[in-house]
Design a protein. Structure first.
Ligand code: IMP
Ligand code: MG
Length: 177
């Protein structure tokens, strides 16, 4: 922990806690999708570690794909306008899709992505999110597989950035706001 800086905020989730929870989610998904071949879609950039660990915690044949979105600047995020900056490579028709996201905050990004994916003809779409800030929600989004519920704090680490840095921190920390 020498190189990485712990924030002074109330959210502190250790590497062991993250890994333990992801194993549980992976087992749950493996049970729920038994006999099926779920298609995991990672929302870049924030979910890249979660996707990697979650996919390896699932004991089923799976396929993976990636998309990237950018909110139009931090300020306009509240508008819910999301720009797709990297599209999917594989078709969704007839697939059991699990959308893998780092954090659901207002829910606007998820809401946009869910309707985007639904339009491509999957058999089902569920959301797996590592973190959720329910007190910030503007639109309700169903999160089938949730890692941790957290209070309204800015978190970073384990894929989540702080001004583009700190994604490589192996734990999650927050700063006092
Ligand atoms: P939403 O559309 O408000 O739900 O925003 C979701 C996106 O905002 C997430 O996918 C993250 O990329 C980003 N985000 C929201 N809260 C945080 C945070 O506390 N730390 C880092 N990124 C965040
Ligand atoms: Mg994100």
């Amino acid at each position: 922990m020498s190189f990485f800086e712990l924030g002074d905020g109330e959210v502190q989730i250790s590497q062991a806690q993250i890994q333990q929870r992801i194993q549980e989610l992976g087992q749950q998904i493996s049970q729920d999708y038994a006999g099926k071949q779920p298609h995991l879609i990672c929302v870049l950039n924030g979910a890249y570690h979660f996707m990697s660990d979650l996919s390896r915690a699932i004991s089923l044949p799976i396929t993976v794909d990636f998309l990237a979105v950018s909110s139009y600047g931090v300020e306009t995020k509240t508008s819910g306008e999301v720009k797709l900056v990297k599209d999917l490579s594989l078709p969704l028709s007839g697939r059991e899709v699990i959308l893998v996201e780092d954090i659901v905050d207002t829910g606007l990004t998820m809401n946009y992505l869910l309707s985007y994916l639904e339009g491509r003809g999957p058999n089902s779409v569920k959301v797996a999110a590592l973190l959720s800030k329910p007190s910030r929600r503007k639109v309700e989004v169903p999160v089938a597989y949730l890692g941790f519920e957290i209070p309204d704090a800015y978190v970073y680490g384990y894929g989540l950035d702080r001004a583009h840095f700190d994604r490589n921190i192996p734990f999650i920390s927050s700063i006092k706001s």
